[in-house]
Design a protein around this ligand. Sequence first.
Ligand code: PGA
Length: 235
Amino acid sequence: MIIASNFKTNHNRKSTKEFIEYIDAQNYFSEIRIFPPFTALSSFDLPPNIKVGVQDFYPVQNGSFTGEIGFEQLEEFDVNTVLVGHSERRHILGESQKVIVDKYNYAKQKECEIIYCVGEPKEVREQGIEAVMAYIWEQFDGIDIDYDELIVAYEPVWAIGTGLSASKDDIKEVLEHLRVKVKAPLLYGGSVKVETTQEILSIENCDGVLVGTASWKVENFSKMVEIADNKKEEK
Ligand code: PGA
């Protein structure tokens, strides 16, 4: 099971360090991913199942791209896990599929683990599962789905940060369709809460969760990882 926390524009250097140290001290065995803001990156000394990644990057080693962060800066902190295609970058920051593919290919060339996010907006969801899958497959245009270090996160746009999670049946249906072509681990994201983690992790083909809002309090994130650890023991 993979339990990932996307801090988005939350936490600072000090609170990130405290968060990571708290999680590290619990000795969990699930796969844990934490995506703090760039400014909170540091050389954390962590076991192999806990990785600190980045929410974004500019697909270059270095150069003249004012305000951007390239791999020269990430390599200083041994970052090798990245988010690509998050809905907030697609819809709020206006990243096109071309930009996303450039980032994907660059991270792939760097042999990074990539959590690639896909998901449909509300008006597409209202048209039914065929429209949803057509929309999602378009988000795979130019993406190598056979990349060894790929993890796919299904995150319906209308469920992100809204407190309105997709239903168990909706998640199950999309993951089932994805599983036909995608061999990579599949995560669900979109208003996951401590109380819904158990149920979501029990869905067929669901290999974990990518959590924003509900994960920012370390006690909550910790409970989610504990649920994943317990599930692993059950199997
Ligand atoms: P949320 O965010 O849990 O706040 O809905 C999920 C995400 O954006 O990955």
